[in-house]
Design a protein around this ligand. Structure first.
Ligand code: 5GP
Length: 193
């Protein structure tokens, strides 16, 4: 998506350790007009798929997921991060390793808000090693809902998550795929298929 790529080039900052900082427009200060265009693009890509629920993960996916849910006119549910590993019977839970925080945590979704009647689109800000997406996919599987696919703002194509999850049959639509980035020169190259 040209608009997003241009914004990444203008305002993204490449940090050491393969981290792209986009907090001035995506996950701290949020450009909701940009989110609206991203939501429309996800709606175009998943047109006719019968999506009736959007699922994301706390916290940086929530903004994009909410605006996207408005475009789809469906509810949005976010997986909550918990500090306890005890999961009782009323929630679906999955363990996720955080790329940015280098820690494991459990995410939960109440069974009230996801079930076999749902056709789910997962939305997140980044796809790196795929742990967040894998955890959310596992929650959808536990619920008996149908996972239609994922919509990602920025995929770091040089990390393994996208390839591994597509190989498992998951449909992933990423609005910008970064092929390489360099923290010393600040250079970012995109993949166009
Ligand atoms: P994964 O689970 O695919 O390894 O990482 C995805 C999650 O880590 C996303 O939800 C995102 O919040 C965070 N993340 C991964 N890479 C980056 C990055 O380069 N920049 C930022 N800001 N967040 C990232």
């Amino acid at each position: 998506m040209e608009l997003l790529e241009q914004r990444i080039l203008k305002d993204g900052v490449v940090k050491a350790g393969n981290v792209l900082k986009v907090d001035s427009f995506l996950n701290h200060c949020m450009d909701v007009k940009l989110f609206q265009e991203m939501g429309k693009e996800f709606a175009r890509l998943y047109e006719g798929a019968g999506i009736n629920k959007i699922l994301t993960i706390e916290s940086s996916g929530i903004g994009i997921a909410c605006i996207t849910a408005m475009v789809f006119d469906v509810p949005v549910v976010y997986a909550k991060k918990t500090i306890t590993l005890n999961i009782d019977g009323e929630v679906y839970g999955a363990k996720v390793h955080s790329f940015t925080h280098q820690a494991d945590y459990t995410v939960i979704v109440s069974q009230k808000f996801l079930g076999p009647e749902d056709r789910v689109l997962i939305i997140d800000d980044f796809l790196a090693n795929g742990c967040a997406l894998e955890g959310l996919s596992d929650i959808v599987r536990q619920s008996g809902a149908e996972l239609i696919g994922a919509g990602i703002a920025i995929e770091k194509g040089f990390q393994e998550g996208g390839r591994l999850l597509r190989e498992k049959g998951l449909r992933i639509e990423s609005l910008a795929i970064i092929d390489s980035m360099n923290s010393e020169t600040g250079e970012i190259e995109f993949r166009h298929e």
